[in-house]
Design a protein around this ligand. Structure first.
Ligand SMILES: Cc1cc2nc3c(=O)[nH]c(=O)nc-3n(C[C@H](O)[C@H](O)[C@H](O)COP(=O)(O)OP(=O)(O)OC[C@H]3O[C@@H](n4cnc5c(N)ncnc54)[C@H](O)[C@@H]3O)c2cc1C
Length: 166
């Protein structure tokens, strides 16, 4: 089974849209890494995140806004020969994005960002109370660099089986 790089933006966007979660990595002033699982939205090469106004992540980002955001689709365990350990793989796709966080302060832009985040999880239309919009911190991350890979891609002749993980 092979690992394949994904180059086409359309394909990368569809991988991101298939995820329910991302992992946002940042580094504090001492270079100590801090990685958070977060919900997200995606639109036109920008990742949208939301959070409380304060916390460790916000303090770090005010000093160093650079982030590395990783997405991974639900993995499936696959193998070519059940008895051969090194034929086991995870079949999944992952995307790694680099960029810098910009905190959005404009009210209407914050509503737009919340709609983009909700679109990732629901087809419904939502409205938000004024305090909810004012109190939420919106993070916009224009993507500077992106790479994507598919793992556990079967070769032409390979037969493989899959099973649910756990
Ligand atoms: C599936 C999932 C989705 C989430 N989506 C969002 C989201 O969209 N927006 C959002 O703001 N938050 C989300 N969270 C929570 C997020 O991971 C952070 O806990 C939260 O943002 C607070 O981060 P902070 O740096 O302000 O933490 P602080 O409150 O400042 O954290 C204090 C300390 O608690 C510990 N801590 C903080 N978060 C975590 C954690 N997740 N796991 C273990 N220890 C932790 C750290 O050691 C930190 O130093 C999500 C969590 C999960 C599990």
């Amino acid at each position: 089974m092979r690992t394949v790089s994904v180059e086409e933006l359309h394909h990368i966007e569809s991988l991101i849209r298939n995820c329910t979660l991302c992992y946002v990595g940042m580094a504090d002033e001492q270079g100590v890494p801090y990685v958070l699982p977060m919900n997200f939205g995606y639109d036109e090469e920008v990742i949208y995140l939301h959070s409380a106004q304060e916390g460790r992540s916000i303090s770090i980002l005010h000093k160093n806004p650079q982030v590395c955001i990783t997405f991974c689709t639900d993995p499936k365990l696959v193998w070519q020969d059940e008895e051969v350990a090194c034929s086991y793989r995870m079949r999944a796709e992952s995307v790694i994005c680099h960029g810098s966080v910009i905190f959005e302060e404009d009210y209407d832009e914050k509503v737009k960002a919340l709609n983009i985040i909700m679109k990732q999880y629901s087809d419904r239309t939502f409205s938000y109370s004024v305090p909810a919009v004012k109190n939420v911190k919106i993070w916009k991350v224009p993507i500077d660099k992106v790479t994507a890979k598919e793992f556990g891609v079967p070769g032409k002749k390979a037969q493989y089986k899959d099973r649910k993980v756990f």
